[in-house]
Design a protein around this ligand. Structure first.
Ligand SMILES: Cc1ncc(COP(=O)(O)O)c(C=O)c1O
Length: 371
């Protein structure tokens, strides 16, 4: 019996193997230095990551969720406030808002871009709205011109959950630098992934940067002087050293993701039953994920698995239907676009070490499965 060629959804070990000597060197440098928290690797990474995003400040923190929480706190978001969020996102976006005591106000996406339906945003803004927290889902930018305009008119900060969009662009600028601040996750599977949990906030505001630096370190301003209720949200030297290595490879890897995505798009161009993500013309996606929307999604995923192709679902349960938000969000009734996406969305393999042949193989198998 012949076994089908295996194309896993993601193979992180092989990704790391390709740059293993550089990673080993970075880890050895930290071990030799004897500095494990707040050392030269963190300062260097923060400077390099700020420059990469075209921002003045980057503050390394312990995870994407911490980055989101501290960013919201630094903008004064708290109990009694509302924050506009996409209805379809990883639940971490909403949880950050809840964690600071504010209420997430979900706005439906457009089905084809999977991102915030800009026409619905103004109607969701109330006197309590303290910020818009936009997500560039799967790496594809939201309409930043429209969001900037809305935030400017309403005089509220435009904050970005950039967990999935490291390297994404809008009109040839990094999307992160077009908001007031952006929060990143360096979870291992992300375009810029650490060897564990890590995150960062980038901003041009020295005041916000300073507040986040205090908040991530127990609210400490000077040694054992605490002026706010902070937390332990620090980014460790080992992670910073490895992230510096990976940052050097990010552009090459993002280019590769973009080439692979272009192959999928070309092959699926006349397959209307395969709903690919539309990227607005001024945007350049970081292609964190390549998603399609298909009928009978679970059966399609199952057949792909039997043919050796790994897939994942981002996300099968939208935040408002998850147990944690079910009661709070009951009054919303339904969010039909979000719910349709969660029923039909499927992520195909897309990682820099794949080649065109693998992508064509996945696309051919998918074509046969759907037929
Ligand atoms: C959109 C989004 N927001 C927030 C997060 C939370 O990041 P982390 O897992 O690093 O806390 C993630 C990633 O997991 C994400 O994809």
């Amino acid at each position: 019996m012949t076994h089908p060629v295996q194309i896993p959804f993601l193979n992180l070990t092989s990704e790391i193997e390709r740059i293993r000597p550089e990673i080993d060197q970075a880890i050895a440098r930290v071990l030799d230095s004897g500095e494990f928290i707040f050392g030269p690797e963190l300062s260097a990474f923060e400077a390099e990551f700020a420059a990469y995003n075209g921002m003045l400040h980057a503050i390394g923190v312990s995870s994407g969720l911490t980055a989101l929480k501290l960013m919201l706190q630094a903008y004064g978001v708290g109990p009694g406030d509302e924050v506009i969020v996409p209805a379809n996102t990883f639940i971490g976006t909403w949880l950050a808002v809840s964690a600071v005591g504010a209420v997430p106000v979900p706005v439906e996406p457009e089905f084809d871009t999977r991102n915030l339906d800009i026409n619905l945003v103004p109607g969701a803004i109330t006197a309590k709205t303290r910020a818009i927290l936009a997500v560039h889902l799967y790496g594809a930018p939201c309409d930043m011109d429209a969001l900037r305009h809305i935030c400017c008119v309403r005089q509220i900060p435009l904050l970005i959950d950039a967990a999935q969009s490291c390297g994404a662009e809008w009109r040839n600028s990094r999307t992160a630098c077009l908001g007031d601040a952006a929060a990143f996750s360096f979870y291992p599977t992300k375009n810029l992934g650490a060897l564990g949990d890590a995150g960062a906030v980038v901003t041009n505001s020295a005041e916000v940067a300073e507040r986040i630096r205090h908040l991530r370190n127990y609210g400490m301003t000077n040694r054992y002087r605490h002026d706010c209720k902070g937390e332990n949200g620090r980014l460790e030297e080992l992670h910073a050293a490895v992230l510096r290595v990976k940052l050097r490879h990010l552009e090459t890897n993002n280019r590769k993701r973009s080439e692979l995505a272009a192959h999928y798009l070309e092959i699926f161009a006349d397959r209307v039953e395969i709903g690919v993500q539309r990227v607005p013309s001024y945007g350049r996606s970081a292609w964190h994920l390549f998603t399609i929307a298909v009928a009978n999604r679970d059966q399609v995923a199952d057949k792909l698995k039997k043919s050796g192709v790994g897939t994942l679902i981002h996300y099968p349960v939208p935040p408002h239907l998850s147990a944690v938000y079910w009661v709070e969000m009951r009054k919303l009734n339904v969010l039909p676009v979000t719910e349709k996406l969660s029923d039909t969305i499927l992520s195909l393999p897309l990682q820099p070490l794949l080649d065109e042949t693998s992508v064509r193989r996945v696309a051919n198998i998918l074509g046969e499965v759907i037929r």
